[in-house]
Design a protein around this ligand. Structure first.
Ligand SMILES: C[S@@+](CC[C@H](N)C(=O)[O-])C[C@H]1O[C@@H](n2cnc3c(N)ncnc32)[C@H](O)[C@@H]1O
Length: 257
């Protein structure tokens, strides 16, 4: 608890992104990642492996942008720093440990940006800019990595809609934001690696599925190069007799290859 509070206070000064509870969410992610490190380890290793698979196939390695870099648990930062001239980490929140990790490498930079593209919301209408406009400012971009971010864009939009009753009357805003990210990745004109969770199951101790949800709001992806289960919340984390498991897909050559 003390560690979480200290991290919150130390990180808040840096952030444009502590609106909408995002700083709290990021501190929560950091904290859960530490508690669940054993359960998360296979997922983190598989994510890093998918990213490095993309890197290996590149002809040129000048700049790489990592979207949803977060607390850097699933980002092979040292390898990216060694392989590229510059590494740009993009997230709505960069906690202090991520900033310090970036600073340890001379060529890693943190860019704080909201990648949902949402700039405003009125009467169910979404004011959107291109969600990946931030990439236009990066010189010599050879690879874009979207790392366990996509489902969060939809979930974040659910929170926005909840805070604005009536806002979702005309369109499914979470689905729209997920679709916009996918379309923007396809249009980016660079090599793109996509790793994302796609589905969620809550299971009881007998292995029975008591709840399930598509995290991409119905959007379909091509056949993945790899897929695995990520035990996001082992038994005892969210409920004593339930665990939450996400299906994750890796698309190291998603577009632009
Ligand atoms: C599941 S975490 C990804 C894990 C991360 N790669 C790591 O290793 O810590 C999702 C990340 O997406 C970020 N995120 C969520 N909504 C976002 C948005 N609208 N714009 C930018 N980043 C966002 C969160 O801050 C979080 O770091």
């Amino acid at each position: 608890m003390f560690a979480e509070l200290a991290l919150y206070l130390l990180s808040a000064g840096h952030l444009a992104g502590h609106r909408n509870g995002r700083l709290e969410a990021s501190v929560g992610l950091w904290s859960r990642g530490r508690r669940c490190r054993t359960a998360w380890a296979p997922h983190e290793a598989a994510t890093k492996a998918a990213i490095l698979q993309s890197v290996q196939r590149l002809q040129r390695r000048r700049s790489v942008a990592v979207l949803g870099s977060g607390v850097l648990r699933d980002v092979p930062l040292a390898e990216l720093s060694a392989a590229f001239r510059s590494v740009v980490l993009v997230d709505v929140v960069h906690l202090l440990p991520a900033r310090l990790a970036a600073r340890r490498h001379g060529n890693v930079f943190c860019v704080t940006a909201d990648l949902s593209g949402l700039t405003g919301l009125s009467e169910g209408h979404l004011d959107l800019v291109s969600p990946l406009a931030v990439l236009e400012a990066i010189d010599d971009l050879d690879l874009v990595v979207s790392v366990n971010l996509l489902s969060q864009l939809g979930l974040g939009m659910i929170r926005v809609v909840e805070a604005h009753p009536g806002a979702d009357e005309t369109e499914d805003l979470p689905a729209k934001v997920v679709g916009l990210h996918l379309a923007a990745l396809r249009a980016v004109g660079r090599s793109v690696c996509l790793v994302t969770d796609t589905d969620c199951e809550v299971q009881n101790r007998s292995g029975m599925v008591v709840e399930q949800e598509n995290l991409l709001r119905g959007h379909r992806l091509p056949a993945p190069a790899d897929a695995w289960n990520w035990e996001v919340a082992p038994f005892g984390e969210e409920a004593r007799d339930l665990r939450r498991v996400h299906r994750v897909e890796a698309h190291p050559f998603f577009s632009g290859w």
